[in-house]
Design a protein around this ligand. Structure first.
Ligand code: 5GP
Length: 188
């Protein structure tokens, strides 16, 4: 596989390109078309979960034909760098109220589901008109909590992925593709 899309400085860290940028773009076209159909005549409030969801937010919002507003939340859920601790803390809350709004939470990846479960329960208590979830990636084999994710980009196996917003120790977010790192890239 050619790694030409990966900046030279990161190329040796990459084991595999799991989802290339063009497949992400095509899938986002399909997800946006589905959302447009489901929300016809309504205005949508996309709530992006920082920082991983920034590219999904930007690329999804630009594809939607329904009117879109955007807000962001940040929460920390991880005890260590690659496994979920189960404890979720809100680091940045929304700027505005969401009551009577049609909210779609936009996530990069749903792994154990613990972060999202917390967010859904938290946002539901603020009485939105509707609340759904769109996630670019999901790891069904790792799910600890059963949550309905209405719009899913891709199901991925139980591997740690980076790129397209997803990081390892704040690196690799800017990659256009979703990739799997070599063990050495973790310092392993
Ligand atoms: P959950 O609470 O569902 O276990 O974790 C959700 C968060 O964990 C995601 O928003 C993401 O920040 C992080 N995460 C889960 N799996 C991965 C992965 O494979 N790669 C990266 N970079 N982050 C992940």
């Amino acid at each position: 596989m050619s790694f030409e899309s990966i900046p030279a400085v990161h190329r040796d860290d990459v084991a595999e390109i799991l989802i290339p940028a063009d497949r992400i773009a095509t899938r986002l076209d399909e997800m946006a078309a589905e959302i447009d159909r489901d929300y016809e005549g309504k205005e949508v409030l996309l709530i992006g979960v920082l920082k991983g969801a920034i590219f999904v937010m930007a690329d999804l919002a630009r594809r939607l034909n329904v009117p879109v507003a955007m807000d962001f939340m940040a929460c920390s859920s991880y005890g260590s760098s690659t496994t979920s601790s189960g404890t979720v803390r809100i680091m940045k809350d929304l700027d505005a109220d969401i009551d009577d709004k049609h909210v779609i939470i936009v996530e990069d990846i749903v792994d154990s589901g613990l972060t999202l479960d917390y967010l859904v329960r938290n946002l539901r208590s603020r009485h939105p008109a509707s609340l759904e979830v769109a996630s670019l990636l999901t790891k069904p084999s790792r799910r600890e909590i059963d949550l309905p994710v209405r719009y899913v980009g891709f199901e991925v196996p139980d591997v740690f992925v980076v790129g397209y917003g997803l990081d390892f120790a704040e690196r690799y977010r800017g990659l256009s593709d979703i990739v799997v790192l070599r063990p050495e890239a973790y310092g392993g």
